[in-house]
Ligand binder design. Structure first.
Ligand SMILES: [Zn+2]
Length: 493
């Protein structure tokens, strides 16, 4: 932990030296997916960004508790508390139980993230599993005078809050009314005392399928309250790092800060977390990605190449590398050309590292592992600049090639140290692990097993088909039956 890591804190708009509240422990909370659709490149960027935070802090020796939630209720179609619940709507359209929708897309999310080598968080709480905690928090906010009840719904009272605390510090928004103008005409709006107020609890209409009993009648929680309740439960208040995508700063994170302050009733507002980190968005050919814009590509479509906008399939490692080639706060534009360039660059990088085994060694070395290490730390400590880390790695590859041309020299011992160092940075810290021949063979073997299981099921030999599934489960391989056929996942679900 003798590294000085600087992180850009959205709250203070500057890079700050990272120092946890209770070293060596670090509490990290990241807003996870709303599970109502297939995971896409935007999910990958957020998950990979905070996977790097998680991996690097652990590398530095911190004991990190990483909490990333699953939003399976409360996220309405419009972020301004109006419209239908995203998961309930999907369930209604597909005639499923809401939990069936949530489970299906949670599995899909895990499947894609495992492929991208995103480490699972320490705790992955679900909003629906924490309804009592959310109700308890809303009750405290009401008791403290920062909320009001209207017709079975509870709203956060921004005007009351502003009398004691400042609101809008994280987003720097002052003219909030302007941002809410779009929601004025929507149903339920007339219940709010002020357009800035947001829902803590919404009364469920008779046709609403996701509902829970509460002191205010049957209803469901607002979207923002889950993250305040779950972060407080597992990390306390305040905790070290809160992360998410840039689009969550307002209203979601601003609301989280307000709720936590209003619940705890601090004399000095503690802003819920010490450091607020936000990753930028991904655009597709220069445009925002969106289902309505027709440029929406799921991660599985990237992996299979099965989308009209894709000229080929891209491996999960290529996608991960492409994302890490940009700094997390920069915008990142997807195009086939950009991904193909990443694919080529990655191959060059991996081949360069392998070359260390075959170069002609000398008695002395003109460059050393410790020099390289210092530069890699320097880049990473500068607000997790993975783009610079990768540039430094390429710089080393150039030097390895220069050894071949006798412009540089390397002893065998130094070459071994450099190889070890590069592998640590590439595999452990950046999570880039080459897809090898072994994986292809495993894929072929798994396809044979899946076919045998299908045959057994076709012959109604369920004892055999279950044995195949159970024995695979015992070696951490899960079979998942999807409308497109059976797929396998490395790990237990
Ligand atoms: Zn959240």
């Amino acid at each position: 932990m003798n590294q000085e890591l600087y992180l850009f804190n959205t709250l203070t708009h500057q890079k700050e030296l990272f120092y946890p509240l209770k070293p060596p422990f670090v509490g990290l909370y990241v807003c996870g997916p709303t599970v109502y659709g297939e995971p896409h490149l935007g999910h990958a960027r957020s998950a990979i960004t905070f996977d790097i935070v998680f991996r690097y802090l652990k590398h530095l020796g911190y004991k990190v508790r990483y909490v990333r939630n699953i939003t399976d209720v409360g996220h309405l179609e419009s972020d301004a508390d109006e419209g239908e619940d995203k998961i309930a709507k999907k369930a209604r359209i597909e005639q499923l139980e809401p939990m069936e929708v949530a489970q299906f897309y949670t599995d899909a999310y895990h499947f894609a993230m495992d492929k991208l080598r995103v480490l699972r968080p320490s705790i992955e709480p679900r909003a629906t599993g924490h309804i009592p905690e959310q109700i308890e928090m809303i009750e405290k906010i009401l008791q403290n005078g920062f909320a009001y009840v209207v017709n079975g719904s509870v709203y956060f009272d921004i005007q009351a809050y502003k009398k004691k605390y400042s609101y809008g510090k994280l987003s720097g928004r002052t003219n909030i009314e302007e941002n809410l103008a779009v929601s004025r005409e929507l149903e339920g709006f007339q219940e709010k005392r002020h357009p800035e107020d947001f829902a803590l609890w919404k009364k469920a209409n008779p046709e609403h399928i996701m509902r829970w009993k509460s002191p205010w009648g049957e209803g469901f929680p607002g979207w923002h309250i889950e993250c305040s309740a779950m972060s407080t439960k597992y990390l306390g208040s305040p905790f070290d790092i809160h992360g998410g995508g840039l689009d969550l700063i307002f209203p979601h994170h601003e609301a989280e800060i307000a709720q936590t302050n209003a619940c705890e009733c601090y004399d000095n507002p503690l802003n819920q977390a010490k450091y607020w980190l936000h990753c930028n968005m991904i655009t597709v050919n220069g445009k925002k990605m969106g289902k309505s814009l027709g440029n929406f590509i799921t991660l599985n479509e990237f992996f299979s190449g099965n989308h009209p906008m894709l000229s080929q399939a891209y491996s999960p490692t290529t996608i991960r590398f492409f994302i890490l080639q940009a700094h997390y706060r920069s915008t990142l534009d997807f195009s086939n050309e950009a991904l193909q360039a990443s694919e080529k660059a990655l191959i060059r990088l991996l081949q360069g590292i392998q070359k260390l085994d075959t170069i002609k060694y000398a008695g002395t070395s003109s460059f050393t592992a410790s020099e390289i290490q210092q530069k890699l730390y320097q880049a990473m400590n500068d607000d997790l600049n993975t783009a610079k880390v990768i540039a430094e790695l390429f710089h080393v590859i150039d030097k390895i090639h220069a050894v071949d041309l006798k412009q540089e020299t390397l002893s065998q011992q130094e070459a071994n140290s450099i190889k070890k160092l590069l592998t640590t940075w590439l595999e452990d810290i950046l999570g880039i692990v080459p897809e090898t021949r072994t994986n292809e063979q495993l894929e072929e073997v798994m396809q044979i097993l899946i076919e045998l299981r299908n045959e057994a099921r076709a012959q109604k030999n369920y004892a055999l088909s279950d044995t195949i599934r159970d024995k695979l489960q015992a070696v951490q391989i899960t079979l998942r039956d999807t409308p497109e056929g059976t797929i396998w996942v490395n790990g237990k679900i």
